[in-house]
Design a protein around this ligand. Structure first.
Ligand code: PGA
Length: 251
C-alpha cells in the first residue's frame, strides 16, 4: 500500500515569527498518524523552519527550485542550496508558476531533474484550466504535462517523485473537484504510468490539490487513487491543516 502524504503550500504568506509559530503549532498537534506530512514554505523562511522541524515528523520543502545547477542565474535558488537546508520536497510546475511566471513544460522538466540530482523529491503539479475541462481536454493536457517530464527524466524517475493533480479552476477558488471528478483524473494518471511501468504506477503517490478543506478532505482521500493532498489556504492554520492530515486513509 502507498503511504499517504499531505503537503502544505504556504505560498507567499507569513512573517518570520508567524511562520515559525505555524510550524511549531503543526508539530505540537501531531498525533499518531503514520501518514507523511510536509510544508513547502517561502525560500526565506527555510533556514528558520528547518531548525523548527529538525528531529520531528514534519518534513520541509520549497515551492520552486532552479532549473540549473549553479552559475549566472540571478535571483534563482539551486537544488544544492535547498538540500543544504534540509529540504526533502520541492514543488515543480505549480500552476501559479506556470501561469504568472512563465514556467514551461521544458523548464518544469529541468527543475524536476535538478531536484532529483540532490535527492529532493519533486512534487510535479499538473492540472487543467476550466476552459480546457469544458472543452474535454483534461486528459490531453495532463498527458502533455506528464510527458514533458517523462521524456526528460524517464518513467523510472517517478519512483522518487510525487504527482499532484491540481485542477486550476479549483485552486484558491473555493470550488473543489468532487470526489468522483478527482478520482477520475487520478485513476487516469495512474493508468498512464501503468501503461509504461506497472510497478512505478502502483507505488506513485498522487495528491489532490485545489480548495481541499477539513470538511471535504476525508471524502477525497477515501478515493482509491487519491493518496493525500497538496493544501494551500487551509495549510495556513495549524488546526485545519492537521484536520486534513488526520483525514488520510489509514494504511
Ligand atoms: P488551495 O491551493 O488549497 O488554496 O486551493 C492549493 C495549491 O495551490 O497548491
Amino acid at each position: 500500500m502507498r503511504q499517504s502524504l499531505v503537503i502544505g503550500n504556504w505560498k507567499m504568506n507569513g512573517t518570520r515569527a508567524s511562520a515559525q509559530a505555524l510550524a511549531q503549532g503543526i508539530i505540537a498537534g501531531l498525533g499518531t498518524s503514520n501518514a507523511a506530512l510536509a510544508i513547502c514554505v517561502p525560500y526565506l523562511h527555510i533556514p528558520d523552519i528547518s531548525q523548527v522541524v529538525s528531529g520531528t515528523q514534519l518534513a520541509l520543502g520549497s515551492q520552486n527550485i532552479a532549473d540549473k545547477a549553479a552559475g549566472a542565474f540571478t535571483g534563482e535558488i539551486s537544488a544544492s542550496m535547498l538540500a543544504e537546508f534540509g529540504c526533502q520536497y520541492a514543488l515543480v510546475g505549480h500552476s501559479e508558476r506556470r501561469s504568472y511566471y512563465g514556467d514551461t513544460d521544458a523548464t518544469v522538466a529541468a527543475r524536476f531533474a535538478q531536484a532529483q540530482e540532490q535527492n529532493i523529491i519533486p512534487v510535479l503539479c499538473v492540472g487543467e484550466t476550466l476552459e480546457e475541462r469544458e472543452q474535454d481536454q483534461t486528459f490531453q493536457v495532463i498527458n502533455k504535462q506528464l510527458d514533458a517530464v517523462i521524456d526528460v527524466a524517464g518513467v523510472a524517475a517517478f519512483s522518487r517523485a510525487v504527482v499532484a493533480y491540481e485542477p486550476v479552476w479549483a485552486i484558491g477558488t473555493g470550488k473543489t473537484a468532487s470526489d468522483e471528478q478527482a478520482q477520475e483524473v487520478h485513476s487516469h494518471i495512474r493508468k498512464y504510468f501503468a501503461d509504461k511501468d506497472q510497478a512505478i504506477a502502483d507505488k506513485l503517490q498522487i495528491l489532490y490539490g485545489g480548495s481541499a478543506k477539513p470538511d471535504n478532505a476525508k471524502g477525497l482521500f477515501a478515493m482509491p487513487d487519491i493518496d493525500g493532498g497538496l493544501i494551500g489556504g487551509a495549510s495556513l492554520d495549524a488546526e485545519s491543516f492537521l484536520k486534513i492530515y488526520n483525514s488520510t486513509k489509514a494504511v
